[in-house]
Design a protein around this ligand. Structure first.
Ligand code: SD4
Length: 337
């Protein structure tokens, strides 16, 4: 395995990364580079398009739907929309779309965004009763002069465009919510006991080399009514720049928003960092500022134009799914802790 020292000495990118990370006086360099795995990660090698990357293990079936489009030369934008629609429609996934956990008042409220190779973006937040917020976000991008619609306005727009409203609160989610109400203890920052179910963020490069991304979620379980997380915020949960690469997030949205994580990662890649290094630095920004970081989970995954993929999380347990010519597989992310 490459050691940290070999890496830093052996690659210009490593040195550039250390410089860009801006090691301050008194900062412990071991905390800036806590593991060697980020460098040893074999996904940090160039790969041919097309490929698709998505968060958590529900990314595996979502990738398959995206691959159906990518493998026949279809656009990355269609691929990411179709991919995450699989998760939105799955009642077993309790953190996205239908079957998502409600807020503390029992309402399932959804956030989503999408971004294409031209830098166009669309987003919906606090949307209720619509199964596929990602498709509404795409229509906001394509049919309106705006980027974001929220709440009732987003719902009216969806209905005007043929989306049928339906109750998204499944009996299972309702039962769990009623159980939660008995204590109503709210620890949104605590890592989920089952970390395999969370927001889906997906990034793809198509055969033509164009990039797109999508992100969709029901947000933090039992959140305050009206709370919106990072998932519909362009630059926070998702950012795509066709010249550089793409990045996306999962986890405690407040931390991602405060550090504008995905935009930061893409900009760090533009300055020469690898995707793994850039994800690591975005996590470092959270850890350095928030003394409570041990109780927070945030995970980032990103790729650059060469097809190098990288990730980093605050806590162990974050996984992402990658599909390319080699197949569809789940990858353990390195983490700070
Ligand atoms: C949010 N980022 O609403 C979402 C939740 C999430 O993995 O991603 N969980 O803050």
């Amino acid at each position: 395995m490459t050691t940290r020292r070999e890496f830093l000495i052996g690659t210009g990118a490593g040195l550039a990364a250390l410089g860009a990370a801006g090691l301050g006086r008194g900062q412990d360099p071991e905390r800036i580079w806590p593991t060697a795995e980020i460098i040893a990660d074999s996904l940090d090698q160039p790969r041919d398009a097309p490929f698709v990357v998505s968060t958590w293990n529900h990314g595996l079936p979502a990738n398959l739907a995206a691959w159906e489009i990518l493998s026949r030369g279809g656009p990355a934008l269609d691929a990411v929309e179709s991919g995450v629609r699989v998760t939105e429609a799955d009642p077993e996934v309790d953190s996205v779309g239908y079957g998502g956990r409600p807020d503390r008042e029992g309402h399932v409220t959804l956030d989503a965004c999408i971004m294409d190779q031209h830098g166009n973006a669309g987003s919906v937040a606090f949307l209720q009763d619509i199964m596929h917020p990602i498709s509404v976000a795409r229509l906001v991008m394509e049919k309106t002069p705006h980027v974001m619609l929220v709440g009732q306005g987003a719902r009216h727009f969806a209905e005007e465009n043929g989306f049928q409203p339906r109750n998204l609160l499944t009996p299972r989610a309702e039962r769990d919510w009623k159980e939660w109400l008995k204590t109503a203890e709210y620890h949104p920052w605590a890592p989920a006991s089952d970390p395999s179910h969370d927001t889906i963020s997906m990034l793809a490069m198509d055969q033509g080399g164009d990039l797109s991304g999508a992100c969709t979620t029901s947000g933090l379980a039992y959140k305050m009514h009206g709370r919106v997380g990072d998932s519909p915020i362009i630059g926070a949960a998702l950012f795509v720049d066709n010249e550089v690469g793409a990045a996306c997030a999962t986890g405690v949205g407040e931390e991602v928003m405060k550090t504008v994580g995905s935009f930061l990662i893409v900009e760090l890649m533009r300055q020469g960092m690898s995707p793994a290094e850039a994800c690591h630095e975005a996590i470092a920004r959270i850890v350095r500022k928030n003394p409570a970081w041990r109780d927070l989970q945030v995970g980032y995954v990103a790729f650059d134009r060469k097809g190098r993929i990288g990730s980093f999380a605050i806590l162990p347990g974050f996984q992402y799914a990658v599909m390319d010519q080699e197949g569809n597989r789940l990858v353990d992310s390195p983490s700070w802790k």
